[in-house]
Structure formats: C-alpha cells, structure tokens
Design a protein around this ligand. Structure first.
Ligand code: TRP
Length: 323
C-alpha cells in the first residue's frame, strides 16, 4: 500500500524512486495506490483547486509509469470515508507527544510556521497509518523521508493490538520498502523536489529536459575537458545509474581520466534521458488526454477500496467493543 499527494507534477525522482517500484508491486502483490488528497489539504488547504487539478494528472503519470489498474487498486482517499473513521478511532490512543516528535512535523513547522499549526497537520502520520491499516498493508514502498512515519505507525498498531487485541493481531505492523534509488538528486545536486526548483518533470518536453540537463551541477573542480573529474560527487553521474546503467563504468573512467568533458557528458546524458522518458511521456499524454478513462479507473478502484476498508473498520470497532 502506498499513497502520493496530488500537490504538484510528477518528476523523475518520483518515477525512479517510487513509481517503478509501484509498477513491480502490481505483479507481485495485492497492491493499493492512493491519491492522498486529504494529506494534500494538511498543507495546501487554502488552494483546493490546485489539489483538484493535480489529481488526474498524477494518476496519468502513475499509469504511464506502469501501474496497472487491472491488477492493483487505484483509489481516492477522500472517497473512502472508512479511512477518516478509522482515524477518529485511532486518535483516541495516539499520544500528542508521539506526533510532535516526528522529524517531518518539526521540520515543516519550522519551515511553514503558523500556517500549518493545525490539528490536521499534526495528525498527518496518523492519517497515513489509517490509509495503510484500512487495507492491512504490510509493505509500504516509500522514500527515506517517510521511514519515521512508518515507525510511528508500528508503535500505534502495537498499542492498539495490546489494548484491544486480546492476544490477536487485529492490525498489522507495516514495513517500509526502500528502492535502490530512493533519493534521486535534482539538477542542483540536492534531493529532486518540486519545491527546490531542481526537478525534471514527466510533463516537460524534450527541449526543456535538455536545457535543464545543460544547466546541471557537476564536479565544481572540473572546469574544462582534460581536468580529472570526481564522478562520486557529481549529480549528473548519479543519474546515469538508472537512465542507462550500461554506461556507468565507461562514463566514470572517462570522467576520471579527463577524456570526457562535462559538456559532452551533458549532451549524451540529455539524449539518453529523453530516450528513457519518451515511452513514459507518450503514455502520459495518452492518459492525460483521456480524463474519462482515468476517472473511471479511480471510481472503480475507490469502490473496491471502500469494500475492503469497511471490513477492516468493522474488525476495529468490534475489537474496541463498539459493535
Ligand atoms: N506521506 C506520503 C508522502 O509524502 C504520502 C502518503 C500518504 C503515503 N498516505 C500514504 C505513503 C500511505 C505511503 C502510504 O510521500
């Protein structure tokens, strides 16, 4: 089980860090993928139209990346009210101090301040647990920044089972599964993120992609061709690993010896990246233009998700002696 907030455009970091993993789960597991629109409201509550618009485009990118709605359940969080009910119930046993000490909470409060000093934002990781618990999710493919949320999720699950389980495991403890490329560098070398303005988007055209690659940061000590470079500190080199792993050894050797200059490396990489993204971008355009298809996939998935979440909610209420 995994979710993504519809708050911006899907970029290369999502694609190689998360979505390729999601696609492989479609074949190997009973997978659930959530449009986490309520999570988007925890920070962007003042821009509901943005969240609404991002929804279909995000799902189009998932489908383009290989998420298969015939095998996995793709659903809308706000369309499954059982998740919100679960949150109200689990809130009873969730200490505020546990939520306050989550690093993303502390960090975001420092960054955004008063604006997100809300009950909803404090409850962000609890809502995330409810997303997962509603489907008894065992494996959660996420980036490294989400590991602390899953840590908290497991603590709340343990507390629930201890208080109400009577020896049985009513809820399961979810585990994060990190992909090899969980942290993808952006064009400036920091983690690729829409908010750092360093991302290459699936929705970008090839020209824009090439321009962004040309402006990428490389080893600052390698000024001109002939200077020996240090691939290990170069974000462009890091990106070669997944765009074309076969090129990695050659690029490393030629960069170190100085034979390969950064300008040439960028030209070759931009071509390789565009070739890598081309089929994804074609599928993306197809789904983006067929809104009816995307909405039907989400509606069907949401119905299926509700049926399953309803069963779990009943078990939780029984355990709590509400039923
Ligand atoms: N918090 C996750 C993120 O920012 C998104 C998310 C919401 C999620 N619900 C989830 C991830 C459930 C995994 C499982 O990336």
């Amino acid at each position: 089980m995994a979710g993504m907030r519809p708050s911006g455009s899907v970029h290369l970091g999502h694609l190689v860090g998360v979505l390729t993993q999601w696609a492989s789960y479609c074949d190997n597991a009973d997978a659930f993928f959530e449009i986490a629109d309520l999570h988007a409201y925890t920070t962007d509550f003042d821009d509901p139209e943005k969240i609404r618009k991002a929804r279909n485009a995000m799902v189009a990118a998932w489908l383009a990346a290989g998420v298969d709605p015939a095998k996995a359940t793709v659903f809308l969080q706000s369309g499954v009210p059982e998740i919100a009910e679960l949150q109200a119930l689990l809130a009873m046993i969730t200490p505020v101090s546990w939520l306050q000490r989550v690093p993303t909470y502390k960090g975001q409060i420092e960054a955004l301040g008063q604006k997100i000093d809300t009950y909803g934002f404090l409850g962000y990781p609890l809502l995330q647990l409810c997303d997962i618990a509603a489907f008894r999710g065992e494996y959660v493919p996420v980036g490294r920044d989400q590991v602390a949320h899953l840590e908290l999720a497991r603590e709340i699950v343990r507390r629930f089972n201890y208080l109400y389980g009577e020896g049985a495991t009513v809820l399961v403890e979810p585990q994060p599964t990190l992909s090899e490329f969980a942290e993808v560098p952006g064009t400036d070398g920091r983690k690729m993120s829409k908010s750092y303005d360093n991302a290459i988007f699936i929705a970008d055209d090839e020209e824009t992609t090439t321009r962004k690659v040309r402006a990428m940061v490389t080893d600052p000590q390698k000024i001109r061709r002939g200077d020996p470079g240090r691939p290990e500190i170069c974000p462009l080199f890091a990106l070669w690993h997944f765009v074309n792993p076969l090129k990695v050894d050659g690029v490393a050797a030629e960069c170190r010896s100085g034979a390969l200059g950064c300008v040439q490396d960028k030209t070759e990489f931009a071509e390789a990246l565009n070739a890598y993204l081309r089929p994804v971008r074609e599928r993306y355009a197809f789904y983006r233009d067929d809104t009816a298809l995307v909405e039907r996939i989400v509606a069907e998935g949401t119905n299926r998700a509700r049926a399953i979440a309803g069963g779990v909610l009943t078990d939780v209420k029984r355990a709590m002696h509400l039923l």
